[in-house]
Write a protein that binds this ligand. Structure first.
Ligand code: 1CP
Length: 374
């Protein structure tokens, strides 16, 4: 067995890790996707004169921005301040993150020659991220987990093929359907970049990882299973031996939750459109269909989610009513044996104009509720 150098902390009382593993946490873990970012005045200040991507390669800055929401909101996890396009940029793909728009790729990838010209991954290219992770780990308490992440191959492929954010992902789907062999070749070229980036973060000591397949919800389940799942499964399988919980998340993925769980994950992220008890039922049913020998307990996964980010604009009593509903749905799923635990989160990222105090109050309210039963 190859033993890797690891800086991972041994955390025996971190609520997020307990919930992910099906143990009873000391309190209901909560963190928010995009918790670092424009909702925080301290983030706007630090980013005033520095580009998004530049800040992702400055260890001091990425560590400071990662810690800002942890200090302010007392969330149970930090998520590395980075972006899904960072490994592409690090490897030498000509791209930028354009304010108000998102990642823009200078030369979209559409032909066999474009695909073959994509660079490989060398861990030295993300040395700054590794250094930043070391600084973050030095600041977190042993109850706070650090989540590393990467974009999943479908979502990354969409940015590469479309050349930027896309409303319909039409060129991506066109390649998938008209030239499936070329599609597989592209996915296989992206795979080492994603796996390498995740491995670098894991070796640097992150406590959990999230694979963001943000745009997978644009696919039918059939296309997802045929053209995407094998590639995401290969990536998740490649890090299975690391022993860190794997979280798999996408938006609008109600129809894909079973398939996304089957890709190999301890925690399934659910967007706000589907109640968590229904999501859990779909996940456990799909996993049993895939592997009927599975006992019921083995087909349950932990859930993450799923407050609609827009509700944070609706005032405290509306937020509390929705939080209560979501906790009750999660607890029902756990009671029924369809889920193993619950990590509270939004159903997608914090919207930029969200009032930071509304986030803090929501975290406090979740923490004041009992942790999920077992
Ligand atoms: O200047 C800025 O502040 C730009 C806004 C911004 C930020 C704060 C971008 C551009 N990326 C980020 C950081 C980021 N990106 C994080 C930070 C950690 C945290 O959550 O606090 C994470 C996890 C991401 C991951 C990411 N980037 C995803 C997956 C998550 C999701 O939101 O679905 C995606 C799809 C991206 C692409 C991206 N980067 C930035 C934007 C505006 C976008 C989306 C563009 C689009 O709609 O296609």
């Amino acid at each position: 067995m190859i033993r890797r150098m690891t800086n991972r902390r041994v955390l025996t009382d971190a609520p997020l890790l307990d919930a992910a593993a099906g143990r009873t946490p000391s309190r209901r873990p909560v963190w928010f996707m995009r918790q670092a970012g424009r909702s925080l005045p301290e983030y706007r200040e630090i980013r005033a004169n520095i580009g998004m991507l530049e800040s992702c390669f400055r260890p001091d800055l990425l560590a400071e921005i990662t810690m800002q929401p942890v200090r302010r909101h007392d969330v149970d996890a930090a998520i590395l301040f980075s972006d899904i396009v960072v490994p592409l940029k690090a490897a030498g793909v000509d791209l930028d993150i354009v304010p108000g728009r998102g990642p823009v790729v200078a030369h979209p990838v559409r032909t066999a020659a474009d695909i073959d010209a994509l660079p490989g991954f060398d861990p030295d290219q993300v040395a700054a991220v590794v250094e930043g992770i070391g600084a973050i780990l030095g600041e977190l308490t042993d109850r706070q987990a650090l989540i590393g992440f990467a974009g999943a191959p479908f979502t990354l492929a969409s940015y590469l093929i479309e050349g930027g954010p896309s409303r319909n992902h039409e060129r991506t789907k066109a390649l998938m359907h008209s030239e499936p062999a070329l599609w597989d070749r592209l996915m296989s070229r992206i795979d080492p970049l994603i796996t390498g980036f995740l491995r670098a973060q894991i070796d640097a000591g992150v406590d959990a990882v999230q694979l963001f397949d943000s745009w997978a919800g644009f696919l039918t389940e059939r296309d997802y299973r045929r053209h995407v799942l094998p590639h995401s499964a290969r990536i998740l399988g490649a890090i299975a031996d690391a022993g860190v919980p794997r979280i798999h998340f996408g938006v609008g993925t109600g129809e894909l939750l079973g398939a996304m769980a089957a890709a190999g994950t301890e925690v399934v992220g659910v967007d706000w459109r589907m109640p968590l008890d229904i999501a859990a039922r779909r996940i456990s049913a799909a996993l049993q269909d895939d592997d009927p020998a599975d006992g019921r307990g083995d087909s349950a996964r932990a859930l993450q989610g799923n407050l609609d980010p827009a509700i944070l604009f609706a005032g405290e009593s509306a937020v509390q009513a929705e939080v209560r509903r979501i906790l009750a749905e999660a607890d029902r799923a756990i009671d029924r044996g369809d889920a193993r635990g619950h990590i509270f989160n939004l159903g997608h990222g914090v919207l930029p104009d969200t009032d930071a105090d509304a986030i803090t109050r929501t975290v406090d309210f979740v923490h004041a509720q009992p942790p999920a039963p077992r």
